[in-house]
Ligand binder design. Structure first.
Ligand code: CP
Length: 319
């Protein structure tokens, strides 16, 4: 296992599967009344979130605590970053306290790679700008594997604001590592330039037409809706919210048509959701929705990642 987890591309298929297998053992801990393992006793994990988060920050904190690590949360507001301290000085300061892992979320793409060059601690990318969110992709893969079994040959459709999505980038890498076929769908204004060059022959396709992708033959096993990230948009990427929903939202009629083609089709969303924009309440709360399974998997997968980076190869945890 690598010392850091900066990109989904850091993990081979074997390493990805090892993390998911260990996460399955960790998930059992989640179902116990006493949720505590001694595995990371004496280790210190700092969760440094320069951007807001509900799911990722709390699940990393819970994961560390359930494995007996000392976990400390820092955010830009409340740390000396708000007084103008540079990223380098901030992380070097924390590193000098002999911490074992730094879990970092930052609004700059590449920030985690940069930090990893400065510190001795293991660095885990908890989302950097529009670049990557590797633990999200791992928990999504875990959720899909729990539902579908092997992902080899499975068809996963990822829909929405691809331009601003780090979740989409990590998911394409991890899903393809695990043998899935991936189609990404977005309006032309939210399709990142160069994405269509990611090799159609390699189980990857792009489309501007959601209905054609969902209904024209290759019925998806899972559809992942992405959040429209208005806070990262500087201009008008679509005419109106209503037009976006009509073209690219998982509306009730679209869900019904999808499920009539494949009643088992899974609906995912990494959260936070814009209900009524990219996903209807009917879809988010349907029996096919795995949204809360994703949240639950987040703790187990992050326990597993901390374990593999800080404690060993996973065999002890699996035992
Ligand atoms: N999916 C995700 O990263 O959610 P948070 O921003 O709440 O962590």
């Amino acid at each position: 296992m690598t010392r850091h987890l900066l990109s989904s591309a850091d993990l081979s298929r074997e390493q990805t599967e090892a993390i998911l297998d260990t996460a399955a053992s960790m998930h059992d801990v989640q179902r116990r009344q006493v949720k505590k393992l001694p595995t990371l006793r004496g280790r210190t994990v700092i969760n440094f979130f320069f951007e807001d988060s509900t799911r990722t920050r709390s699940s990393f904190e819970i994961a560390g605590k359930w494995m007996s690590a000392d976990t400390i949360n820092l955010s830009a507001k409340g740390s000396s970053t708000s007084k103008g301290e540079s990223l380098r000085d901030t992380v070097m300061t924390v590193n000098a306290m002999a911490v074992d892992a730094l879990v970092i979320r930052h609004n700059a793409s590449g920030a985690c790679q940069q930090v990893a060059q400065w510190v001795d601690a293991s660095v885990i990318n908890a989302g950097d700008g529009t670049h990557e969110h590797p633990t999200q992709a791992l928990l999504d893969a875990y959720t899909l594997r729990s539902r579908l079994g092997s992902l080899d040959g499975r068809h996963v459709v990822i829909v929405g604001d691809l331009t601003h999505s780090r979740v989409f980038r990590s998911n394409v890498i991890t899903l393809k590592t695990l043998g899935a076929r991936v189609t990404v769908v977005a309006p032309p204004t939210l399709m990142p330039s160069g994405v269509s060059a990611w090799s159609a022959a390699d189980g990857f396709a792009t489309s501007w037409d959601l209905d054609e992708t969902l209904y024209a033959g290759d019925a998806p096993d899972a559809v992942m809706m992405l959040r429209v990230q208005r806070e990262r948009m500087s201009g008008g990427f679509f005419p109106t919210a209503r037009e976006y929903t009509v073209g690219y939202g998982m509306t009730r009629p679209r869900l019904e048509r999808l499920l009539s083609a494949n009643p088992e089709a899974a609906i995912l969303h990494p959260g936070p959701m814009n209900r009524g924009l990219e996903i209807s309440a009917d879809a988010a709360d349907s029996a096919n929705s795995l949204v809360l399974d994703q949240v639950s998997a987040g703790v187990a997968v992050r326990m597993s990642v901390l374990y593999h980076l800080l404690a060993g190869d996973g065999s002890e945890a699996a035992a």
